[in-house]
Design a protein around this ligand. Structure first.
Ligand code: NAI
Ligand code: MG
Length: 357
């Protein structure tokens, strides 16, 4: 099969980690007879330097026409003094909005080999943790009405409105159930339905969607309890689906159990198969150009692309298995290093993963 992939290396460690992901995808292409066509595009700080804007029209256009987007990271101290609208990070927000990528998937997977790097007790971690947080990305309180007013009695007031429409809840719930179908068939919907009206609607719409997925178990949990359960017994979770703000907070909580920020991939999905795949970390200017960055989060993002945009499940699994093997063999980039482990560079880590595919 043929696939057109828009590649945005971006800034800092972006180009280094993206190169390794491309090599991994090329290896998968050869092994499984797919043709991945990569088109490198400008966005972020490097685009500001070259053409004066963080998201050139050409980049946006070609992203819309591609089968999926693979992104490194954007931003860095060089562009920190620019006003908000002109900053490199604006490229990401615009891409997500323009492509209507309303579902953000963050799989918090603790590889058993990295148990030492996880802050939880060994008996809680067991053989590893594997949770996928599905966060609504373009609605809720972050996009609701906001403002300030003053009242004679209370003085100055600021407000942010949490609102969700039935259609917004339906589409994110469907994505969560579809993903759970490819995993352990369990969805936990997290809300605050004991207090919030928007959560009451959330809960009833999720219930309704669940009827279309009889093989998937649905649980509801309040956000306060979920935050506690994630630490007390993370193994009870498979897919967590929640609103924009609850998902923002919960996914950060879940990410700490994977050992390093260099391990966490992500996918942003919409109604079509076109998605954007990127590591959750930034451009890491402190280690840029030093061949030290961990490329695994980006390589695992490429695996998510195969699974969610291209429906190439065994190919995605081949990448994930190769990462597991390399970790078993003891190879570690500096962010993961422990005693008696084999310290490797960005490039060597990529090469080891390729060897294991
Ligand atoms: P960061 O994620 O770039 O770095 C935080 C720390 O983690 C640093 O010590 C860095 O060396 C380390 N780190 C990050 N990725 C790593 C990897 N793959 N391997 C090993 N170590 C890694 O966050 P920071 O420093 O807050 O932001 C740096 C720049 O990146 C800023 O301009 C920020 O706006 C931008 N940024 C971009 C994002 C994106 O493109 N999606 C997301 C977050 C930040
Ligand atoms: Mg956050």
């Amino acid at each position: 099969m043929n696939f057109q992939i828009a590649v945005i290396p971006g800034d800092g460690i972006g180009p280094e980690i993206i190169n390794e992901a491309i090599k991994v995808l090329e290896t998968i292409g050869k092994k499984y007879h797919h043709h991945f066509h990569f088109q490198k595009l400008l966005a972020g700080g490097c685009a500001i330097d070259k053409v004066g804007t963080c998201l050139p029209d050409e980049t946006l256009d070609l992203c819309k026409k591609s089968d999926s987007i693979l992104l490194g990271a954007v931003g860095g101290p060089k562009w920190d003094t620019l006003p908000g609208e002109q900053r490199p990070e604006k490229a990401l927000l615009r891409l997500r909005k323009e492509l209507n990528l309303f579902a953000n998937l963050r799989p918090a997977l603790l590889f058993p080999q990295l148990k030492d790097a996880c802050p939880l007790k060994k008996e809680i971690v067991g053989n590893g943790i594997d949770i996928c947080v599905v966060r609504e990305l373009t609605g809720g309180i972050y996009f609701g009405e906001k403002g300030r007013k003053s009242s004679d009695i209370m003085g100055e007031i600021a407000y942010d409105v949490e609102s969700y429409s039935v259609s917004e809840i339906k589409r994110i719930a469907k994505i969560a159930f579809e993903i759970a179908g490819k995993r352990k068939k369990k969805v936990t919907s997290v809300d605050k339905a004991n207090v919030l009206e928007s959560s009451k609607l959330w809960r009833s719409v999720v219930e309704e969607i669940a009827n279309d997925y009889p093989d998937i178990t649905l649980h509801h949990m309040y956000i306060d309890n979920a935050s506690m359960q994630l630490i007390r017994d993370p193994k009870q979770f498979d897919v967590i689906v929640t609103s924009n703000m609850f998902g923002d907070i919960l996914s950060d909580e879940a990410s700490i159990i994977t050992g390093s920020i260099g391990m966490l991939p992500s996918a942003s999905l919409g109604n079509s198969t076109l998605g954007m795949y990127e590591p959750i970390h930034g451009s890491a200017p402190d280690i840029a150009g030093k061949n030290k960055a961990n490329p695994i989060a980006t390589i695992l993002s490429a695996a998510m692309m195969l699974r969610y945009s291209f429906n190439l499940n065994k190919e995605a699994q081949a990448i994930e298995d190769a990462v597991t093997k390399v970790l078993k063999q003891g190879y570690r980039t500096p962010d993961l290093i422990h005693t008696e482990m084999q310290l490797v560079s960005t490039k060597e880590m990529g090469e080891q993963i390729i060897k294991n595919i």
